[in-house]
Every structure is written in C-alpha cells, then in structure tokens.
Ligand binder design. Structure first.
Ligand code: ARG
Length: 456
C-alpha cells in the first residue's frame, strides 16, 4: 500500500506494533456499509461510473457475506480492517477496487466506522438497561410492602420497603438511559468526506452519504471531523456512571447475602463455593460487577489521557481509542446481562428484613412526630424520645415493649394510640409524600418506569 515514498520494508516487529486489526476487525460491517454508501455517492456525483459502483457494491456485499459466514478469515497481517477490505475488494474485482478510496482517507473512514459501531452499541446498551429496569419494576411490585431498615451512615435509620429500595436503583438507570440517548445524538454525526483533514477537491456530497448511512447530520469542520473523539469519551463517561450504579447495587447484594445480614440468598446459578471452605457461597458475580467498574473507569481515563495534548488533526495515538471503548461496551453489556437474572432469581428473606427493622429503633422519629402532633415542640419531643430509647437500650427492650403507664411517666400526651403510630407498617405507609416509601408512592414509581418502557 505504501509503494511510492517509502522504499524499504518496515520491520516485522514494527508492523505488528503498528497494526490495529486485532481490535478493529469487529467493525467490518460498518466499514463495508460505509464503503457501499461512499461508492453510491461517488457514482451519483459522476466521480466514478455506474458500472464501477455496481461492481464495487457487489464485491463489498460478497466480502460482507464471506466474513460473516467465516469463509473469509480476516488477515491478521493487514494493518487494519479498512486496508483488509480494500485489499480483498481489489483482489476480487480488479482495478476498479482501487477507485473506492477516491475522495476519502482512512482518517475520516475510521471515524465513520467508529461512530457507526458505537451508535449500535448505544442501542444494545439501552435495550439491556430497559430489561434491567423491567426486572427492578417486577421486584418492586412484589415487595412494595416488604419492610426493611433503611440506612444512613450504614446505621438503621427508618423503615422503607424493599420495593422502594429497588426503585431507587431504577431511577439511576433512567438517568443512564437518558445520558446514552443524549450521547448517541452527538455520535450520530457523519465525519465521512473530511478526508485526510482538509476536505477534498472533488465535488462530493457529504450530506447524501450521511443520509444513506442514517446519520442526523455532518461534521462542520474537516479538521475537527477527523480529530474528534469526544463522542467516545462521552460514551465512556456515561458507562462509568452506569457502572458506578451497578457497583453500588452489587455491593448491597453482597452485604445482604452475608451471614451478618441474611436479607437475600443469591441463587446457586450466580454464586460459587470456596475451594477450601465448604460452608461458603460467594457472591462472585456481584463482586465481579463491582470490580469491573474499575476497568471501565480505566477505559475512560485511558482515552482522556490519549487525547490530552494531542495536536490536530489525526495522529496515530488515536488508534488506541478503540480498544478501551470496545472493552467498556463489552464489559457493561455483560454486567447488565448477568445482573438481571441474578435479581430475578434471588430469594428475598422478608422475615429477616423485618426482624432487622424491628431492632435499631427505626420508629423513633415517628414516636417524636406523635408527640409533635399532640402539641409538643419537635425539640422537646426529640428529647423525650431520646430518653425512652436510652431506657430501652439499658433494659434490652424496643419502643413497642414499653407499657403505656411507663410512657406516661415521660409525657401525659402519650395514650394507647401510640402503638399503632409506631408500628413499622404505619411508619412506612404514612410516608406518602411524593417519592416517599409508602406503597402508593412506590406504585406511582413503578407506573412511571413501566410507562417509560412501553413508550420506547
Ligand atoms: N487504524 C487506524 C486507526 O485505527 C486507521 C487510521 C489510519 N490513518 C492513518 N493516517 N494512519 O486509527
């Protein structure tokens, strides 16, 4: 390919070092459809003949079929997928194949392929997030009345429903979906026709080519068009936030599955045993999701670092963009796929959650509120409740155990109805404020998620 200025052969090790085909061959479909559109544009502008276009298109279609069927293995000695496709095309259709690279460069071609590849990754990722949202909605529906302790500072704080808890994660994923679709908008702009960096002297039609390939527009500056990888950085940052969410959920699953909590049992299908400790069932899948989060963050930081200080326009450094972004997409898709069935098959131990909620005085706020409703200022009510909690701790009781006579020693305002007020069920169901933990509020949240899933 370099016949011309370069006379000598490059070193074998240098060739291997220079090659990106191991990483970029997965973009063969995008490369070929991109080339078909390019041939169509060239022919429509009279830059190549209609016969040439036909020959090229048929040749390219054959290559696509053959790569897909396995009949044509991708030659790992080629520098990249773009060179490979062009080389095979020329072998198959002769000199006409050499006309395909008119009015383009690998610089705009690789940017095009990457954008096409990542936009379909966005679609796949969005589908998987939606599937996971569906699972969270199912769990929330089932457990909108399942009481568990909600925590702050990892100390039992107030009763919430397990369904409400699951919906908290759903809301994070809704934002992730939104971020992906926003990022997809900027991915879906076509750089093809920017050529090496300065545009071309041929009378091309970039808009036509962009439309043929389903893009929403074209990049407006050719230097930027070939140098821009913001779209990949954005996707990586979106995926990093998504992984942070999956990691937080995984961490909770790991804690809840521990002997200390025993809130859930993760199905055998998603746990492993220990090689030496027969009693163990490790939450390996959840731990891996948590661990792989670091990997995705690394992919983001890697690309940011590659691009930092890079002069315009294309530099070979940019070849390093794909490995990380592909790795992140693969990793996140795997995590989403494994998390959904893991959630749907886990056993939720309602009785253990309830038992944990009954300890820890998580209805103390409600007892104070009870006194406030009877006319005491909140600070005074808070103090009385604090004293009662202290007495309970010393005597190994909970607030529900204290007889009414004893309550009345602390305040004349206490009467029998307090027991109803501080029952965990009441505490939970009374939190009817928008977005609160009452089952009616959780139902609204589920309805919101379901309408979102139905609309798409
Ligand atoms: N394999 C290259 C990449 O992934 C394609 C672009 C090569 N362009 C060039 N001028 N060497 O970035």
């Amino acid at each position: 390919m370099w016949a011309g200025v370069t006379a000598g052969n490059t070193d074998r090790l240098a060739d291997a070092f220079n090659s990106s085909i191991r990483v970029d061959s997965r973009m063969y479909r995008e490369d070929i459809t991109g080339s078909m559109a390019h041939a169509a544009m060239l022919a429509s502008k009279g830059i190549i003949t209609e016969e040439d276009r036909k020959l090229m298109t048929e040749g390219l279609a054959g290559i696509l079929d053959d790569i897909q069927s396995g009949a044509l293995p991708v030659d790992q000695d080629c520098e990249d997928i773009h060179m490979f496709v062009e080389q095979v095309l020329t072998e198959r259709i002769g000199d006409t194949g050499k006309k395909l690279h008119t009015a383009r460069s690998r610089n705009d071609q690789v940017a095009l392929d990457l954008r096409m590849y990542l936009r379909s990754e966005c679609d796949e990722l969005s589908d998987l997030i939606r599937d996971l949202l569906g699972a969270l909605a199912t769990l929330a529906e089932e457990h909108k009345e399942t009481i568990m302790p909600g925590y702050t500072h990892l100390q039992r704080a107030q009763p919430v429903s397990f369904g409400h808890y699951m919906m908290a994660y759903a809301m994070m994923l809704v934002r992730d979906l939104d971020r992906i679709s926003d990022c997809r908008k900027r991915i879906n702009i076509s750089p093809i026709g920017c050529c090496a960096l300065a545009g071309t002297t041929y009378q091309t039609d970039r808009t036509m080519e962009a439309e043929l390939l389903g893009f929403d527009g074209i990049t407006l500056n050719s230097i930027d068009g070939v140098s821009d990888r913001d779209f990949a950085v954005e996707l990586l940052s979106t995926l990093s936030v998504l992984m942070m969410h999956l990691s937080r959920l995984s961490e909770e699953l790991i804690l809840w599955a521990s002997w200390e909590f025993q809130f859930i049992t993760i199905s055998d299908a998603y746990t492993t045993g220990s090689s030496i400790m027969p009693q163990k069932r490790n939450a390996d899948m959840a731990e891996l999701i948590r661990g792989k989060t670091g990997r995705v963050y690394g992919d983001l930081i890697g690309l940011l670092t590659i691009l930092k200080g890079l002069p315009l326009a294309y530099n070979k450094d940019m070849q390093e963009d794909k490995e990380g972004v592909f790795d992140a997409c693969d990793t996140v898709k795997m995590c989403l796929q494994i998390l959904r069935p893991m959630l749907l098959t886990m056993t939720v131990h309602k009785e253990n959650m309830l038992r944990a909620a009954q300890k820890g005085f998580i209805n103390a706020t409600d007892l104070a509120d009870y006194l406030v409703k009877k006319g005491l200022p909140f600070r005074t009510a808070y103090k009385i409740t604090g004293n009662l909690v202290a007495v309970c701790m010393q005597t190994n009781r909970v607030l529900e155990d204290i007889p009414i006579e004893e309550y009345r020693q602390y305040s004349e305002l206490f009467s029998e109805d307090l027991y109803q007020e501080i029952s965990l069920k009441t505490c939970m169901e009374k939190r009817i404020s928008a977005g609160g933990t009452s089952s009616t509020s959780v139902e609204k949240q589920i309805a919101f998620i379901r309408s979102l899933l139905n609309n798409d």
